[in-house]
Design a binder for this molecule. Structure first.
Ligand code: IMP
Ligand code: MG
Length: 178
């Protein structure tokens, strides 16, 4: 199989992603049968996963999105990530499910939960495509994980290197230049 030259190896194939997305859709169907479900994604990494997951869910739900400033790779200062765009809908008394591409340090998620809880949802849970447990800096874990992954820099299926490679239909290990 041929793949992008910037990729060292394919870690998760499109078939494997599709299979796990179907399972995640069933989990949502079973766990949110009689609830007012709101799926919230953080742009831009969640886009392919969120899009495909939506079509695997059969119960009713509404969607909303947030944009957070990235506080990584700027300089060594660790400041709080900031909200660029907040959700637009009212989540008070509703069941919120956050849809993540990958959880690494969980720092962004920590601030996101703090922010969203102030809006008084009935419940708030996290579903992630990838979970990089070794990268954790905050003790926060997803309620549903499609794949546990090693602590390597990954790209594809929404994950970027300098905003590119999000379009790869698989998750691959990025080739470092050295
Ligand atoms: P964290 O959990 O606060 O560290 O942030 C998770 C975010 O960092 C994800 O939504 C990605 O945007 C980014 N991220 C973490 N690990 C990777 C990776 O291996 N490749 C690309 N982006 C990553
Ligand atoms: Mg992201």
């Amino acid at each position: 199989m041929s793949f992008d030259s910037r990729i060292k190896e394919i870690l998760i194939t499109e078939e494997e992603i599709n299979r796990e997305i179907k399972k995640a859709g069933k989990w949502i169907d079973n766990n949110y049968k009689n609830s007012d479900l709101i799926l919230i994604g953080f742009l831009r990494g969640c886009v392919p996963f969120f899009g495909r997951l939506m079509t695997s869910i059969t119960i009713d739900f509404v969607t909303d999105f947030m944009v957070w400033s990235s506080f990584k790779g700027q300089d060594s200062r660790q400041t709080k990530p900031e909200i660029i765009t907040d959700i637009l809908i009212d989540i008070k008394g509703k069941d919120v499910l956050i849809i993540e591409d990958i959880i690494d340090t969980a720092e962004t998620l920590h601030y996101a939960l703090e922010h969203l809880k102030k809006k008084q949802p009935k419940s708030i849970k996290i579903l992630t495509m990838l979970n990089k447990q070794e990268g954790r800096k905050v003790n926060l874990n997803p309620d549903y994980t499609c794949f546990d992954v090693e602590n390597k820099f990954l790209v594809g299926f929404g994950l970027d290197y300098k905003e590119q490679l999000r379009n790869l239909p698989y998750v691959g290990v990025f080739k470092t230049s050295k």
